[in-house]
Design a protein around this ligand. Structure first.
Ligand code: PMP
Length: 446
């Protein structure tokens, strides 16, 4: 299988380029938090698929619900004028769980198509209300918003936006990433928050509020290295949006459905009710592809009253009955098994154990919240100097973990973890311990 994969399957990040890798894992089976490769070796998946296998793999109740739905109604298109029970019920459930007045749902196929749709929806909203000039958006440096043309253009992590003909810059602006450690002049949290808000206001002034449709933000930047913003940052940015008629889009593709202990992080963790939420991943716990754009009644009304043109959007698989049934079952399990409370508990253990790794010789910073943690490796702890690319430090640490039966994700010089929410406190301690030993071995080798 490995030879077939090499011969035919494109892995753009690792086939070519700076992170070219000589891996050889063919994953054949998964159960709970564990994966088995083709040679029968077992790995604890602290990557959680990629922020998504929240309930773990191989659950019989999910498999049964999915199989039942396949037998009952395997497919029906719902983006024109038909409904199906799983998609209608899931939309109602999301409306009940979502913060504030977000009670309308448009289903997409994944996180990227949710972001793409949110971008179009934001622009449409303003046009429908007689402000067609609001076409620009503002996002942040170091963000990741998916792999469609627009998602990749709104996102701005180092290395994602090459070559430049693959994304657009026109009408898309970026403000500073709210990473306290990188604050200018070593500012403290409150001063840095003021600075970020002032920078945002200046950017709005420069572009012209009357030209801006939306501000996009992940409540916690995920693939950029788990950047938890200052406490008041999102609330204050949202206030600036509101004053300027700009829609606030919270990209909760990673943070929704329990990753940090809430259904949605924007309100529960940061006190903000967005105008639009994008989500995916944990929505089905990775069992089937599904994304959703959840938006306010106000936006719905603007669409309804918008006049001549309707909002043309929809995918063949919008509201796919099997994917929606999987999501309903996932949410049901999360409620029955009190997964959010479990995340509070195991997340506290995991945070503490991982934050303890800050003592390691190559660890510059440990960041994160609950089951979303990043280890940022540095060559020199005093100055924060990073390793040269050829050291490939993130990959070295991940390889050292892999040799010990643990999967953690390398992102450049960082290692990121998002284990299944169902892991136990013992698992959490074991993951941190194995990672600690790997960090020590790599430091000794360097
Ligand atoms: N937004 C965020 C915040 C993400 O982390 C991701 C995926 N990592 C996406 C959007 C894109 O989701 P998908 O890969 O399902 O298209």
């Amino acid at each position: 299988d490995w030879a077939l994969d090499r011969a035919h399957v494109l892995h753009p990040w690792t086939n070519f380029g700076p992170f070219e890798a000589e891996g050889s894992l063919v994953i054949e089976r998964g159960e709970g938090c564990w994966l088995w490769d083709a040679e029968g070796r077992r790995y604890f998946d602290a990557v959680g698929g990629m922020w998504c296998t929240n309930l773990g793999l191989g659950r019989a109740d999910l498999a049964d619900a999915i199989a039942d739905q396949v037998r009952t109604l395997a497919f029906s298109n719902s983006f024109v004028d038909m409904a199906n029970p799983p998609s209608a019920r899931l939309a109602a459930k999301l409306a009940a769980l979502a913060p504030g007045d977000l009670n309308r749902v448009h289903f997409t196929t994944c996180g990227s198509t949710a972001v793409d749709t949110a971008w179009r929806m934001a622009r449409y909203y303003h046009a429908a209300r007689g402000e067609p000039g609001r076409t620009h958006v503002i996002a942040r440096e170091n963000s990741y918003h998916g792999s469609t043309y627009i998602g990749q253009s709104i996102g701005k992590r180092d290395g994602d936006r090459v070559p430049e003909f693959l994304y657009r810059t026109e009408g898309i602006h970026h403000v500073t990433c709210p990473h306290l450690r990188t604050a200018p002049d070593g500012m403290a949290e409150a001063a840095f928050t003021d600075w970020l808000v002032a920078e945002f206001e200046a950017k709005i002034e420069e572009v012209g509020a009357e030209r801006i449709a939306a501000f996009f933000a992940e409540p916690i930047q995920a693939s950029g290295g788990v950047i938890v913003p200052p406490k008041d940052y999102l609330r204050r940015m949202a206030e600036v949006c509101r004053r300027n008629g700009i829609l606030f889009v919270a990209d909760e593709v990673v943070t929704a459905f329990g990753r940090i202990g809430h259904w949605f992080a924007s309100e529960a963790e940061f006190g903000v009710v967005p105008d639009i939420i994008t989500c995916a991943k944990g929505l089905t716990s990775g069992y089937l592809p599904l994304g959703a754009v959840i938006f306010s009644d106000r936006i719905w009304q603007a669409m309804a009253e918008g006049g001549a043109r309707w909002f043309t959007s929809g995918f063949t698989y919008s509201g796919h009955p099997v994917a929606c049934r999987a999501a309903l079952e996932v949410i049901g399990i999360m409620e029955r098994e009190e997964i959010l409370a479990h995340v509070e508990e195991v997340g506290a253990v995991f945070e503490e154990a991982c934050f303890g790794l800050a003592e390691m010789p190559t660890v510059g910073e440990v960041r994160g919240r609950r089951l979303m943690i990043c280890i940022d490796n540095v060559a020199d702890k005093a100055t924060g100097r990073t390793f040269p690319d050829e050291v490939n430090i993130g990959k070295r640490v991940s390889d050292a973990c892999e040799a010990d039966g643990l999967l953690v994700r390398p992102i450049g010089h960082m290692n990121v973890m998002s284990p299944p929410l169902v892991m136990t406190s013992d698992d959490a301690l074991r993951v941190a311990d194995t990672l600690g030993r790997a960090l020590r071995r790599v430091a000794d080798e360097l």
